[in-house]
Design a binder for this molecule. Sequence first.
Ligand code: ADP
Ligand code: MG
Length: 645
Amino acid sequence: MFDATTTASKMPRRSGMPTWWHLGGALAWIAIVLVYAFTVNSHFASVGYQVGLTALLGLGMVLVIGYAGQFSLAVGAFYGVGGYAAMIFTVKFGWYGLLALVIGAIAAGAIGMLVARPVFRLRGHFLAMATLALTQVFYLLFNNLEWTGGASGVGGIPALNLFGLQVTTPMGQVIVNWIVVGIVLWGALMLRQGREGRALLAIRGHEAASAAAGIDIAWSKTRIFTIAAVISAVAGSVYAFETKYVAPTDFDLSATIDILMIAVLGGMRSPWGAVIGAIVLEAINEITGLFLPAIFGIAGAGAARQLILGVILVVILVVRPDGVAGALGQFFFWAARKVRGEKGPADLAVEETGSETSDMAALRAKEDAADTRVIGDAVLRATGLVKRFGGVTAVNDVDLEIRSGEVLAVIGPNGAGKSTLVNLLSGNLVPTAGHIEISGVETTRLKAHEVARLGLARTFQTPALFEGMDVVSTVKVGAHTRGHVGMLRAAVPTIGATREERRIDDIARTVLNRLGLWTYVFRDAKNLSLGQQKRVEIARALVAAPKVILLDEPCAGLNKAEKATLMQLLRQLGREGIAVLVIEHDMEFVMSVADRVQVIDFGATLRVGTPAEVQADQAVIDAYLGVSHESSEVTGSVATTGAMN
Ligand code: ADP
Ligand code: MG
């Protein structure tokens, strides 16, 4: 199962798109835009450029809501900043249009960066309310400030001048808008394939696990929010140049809700959703416009259209929460596979070979006979750790030390405070009192991602995987700290970025091989069995090349042979110089894997010693191992479950 000799090349690799695909795609996009612009009548030309603008706004929304999972409705505010910047700097100052656009984008980006920190302290409904309030605040400003022209707005904005080329006709506007949409769409698609895009999807899926993988959550959210603010502001400026008029109602709450509707309709999971949603929404408008006025009269047509849209939205939310783009994507994926005759992951033969024997004591004896390990200096040291939750003292004055190359097992009844201890060590929780250091560097008050960067990796008791992410990507998230390519460089993949992604892919594949997961690489990690999920988590921790690894009950869901193999893996990690802390209930596993055992009871250390010492200790037997009084030998978790609850 953990066969390290298998080569990574055996694993299926999902090839990145070849360069000529990108070129071909770009040329096809330009061709479609040009054909549309030059063939449609003036009605569809003006519809065309407006749909381009809403698609652009939808793309910003997909980045923040779809990628990072942050339900922000601030788009109206930044859209307005762009629109008003274009108006003010051209109409009032007589500046060049493109310069006004850039100033608007910079202003929106600066505002985005400033408000992101406080705003993203909130989550869910509160975040939605706060960002909606931001849109409302800017609406009120546009409405009431003197230099924004008040409620009636300001006209006379000049058309966009692109280095001498005036974009005055709807045809030209269609071309400009859809080329900008194409660029942003491409950047968003590229981002999703790289390290920072994966980090955003990981944040959406599980914040604690993302932080433990070394991702600076607050900074990731801030950057994507800022990028979306800039995109929205560009859309606002282009809007102002094309309608030549801005008024507060262009950027109010209902504008934001319309964009949300587009993103939901198209699907938030993919940037294509914004483009498809904008087109589908307009198609619905056009089609209903053909017959609704005839049925309900001009006055009733608007209400009837809203009703139809509402019904369509509800149906989509129920049937396809990933929107039209999600449905189309699945269809194309299926069709491509049919055409190429590829097998689905389910058809791949699952090869799993356990160890030759599952007698752990025998395996350990064999390993010890050939043991060349050197136990080094303390990698992780904690003193006087205390954690209180209100009245509950979950961890009470615990000292703990793990040396490099050493396997320390932490055991104790359920609720003893073991998971809390791991959370303190990994920085996912801040201790009430005490001191923690990694290789001599104090980490007591550091955030989880900072602790991860110092070389600590961990797994969670309940598998902490990311919704909708396949196994290989999930594992690659663990290598976050081993890459450097930022969000903007990922969106414009340079040679360096591509090479780094390839390297991370190779690291992930080697570790997946080692953990016997190579047949599952493209499966959704959350759909695997508990035991497999636990192994994915271990793989995600190992790709970080940690100095110390903390495993919270890794044996859950593993059969006896798999436990034996895991035991060997942990011993092997020790030989590689990694400090290993493992929480486990299965006493046979604990006794054969550990160099030392630390027993925790009621949040405090009851005993630390070699497995034999701990097993013979009367206090430990009474508190934890003692259920099987009759038998002097404690053989398995079954014997202890009674004491664990
Ligand atoms: P173990 O992992 O040893 O089973 P835990 O560390 O999960 O134990 O829990 C130790 C104690 O702390 C339990 O009484 C638990 O209810 C309490 N506890 C853990 N996390 C929290 C929390 N976030 N808020 C309040 N109490 C908590
Ligand atoms: Mg626990």
